[in-house]
Design a protein. Structure first.
Length: 73
């Protein structure tokens, strides 16, 4: 199984600081959104989810958990 290892050196300060959380967050943003929601919904809902994750820790942790489950499936 190939590992998804995005470049995480130049990140917004609102992104999780732990490496595994950053990796999960970026996996959600780059892979899970479109594959789970489809292209049209990913553009609209994805931006809402990502915006909410910056101000609501529960949303951020949920996105990371969904990405982790999606990556392992």
């Amino acid at each position: 199984m190939a590992m998804f290892l995005p470049e995480v050196l130049h990140l917004n300060v609102d992104v999780p600081r732990d490496y595994e959380e950053r990796r999960g967050y970026h996996y959600f943003r780059l892979k899970s959104l479109e594959e789970i929601l489809g292209q049209q919904d990913a553009d609209f809902l994805g931006s809402l989810f990502l915006q909410a994750s910056h101000s609501r820790p529960a949303v951020k942790h949920t996105l990371i958990a969904v990405a982790s489950i999606h990556e392992k499936s």
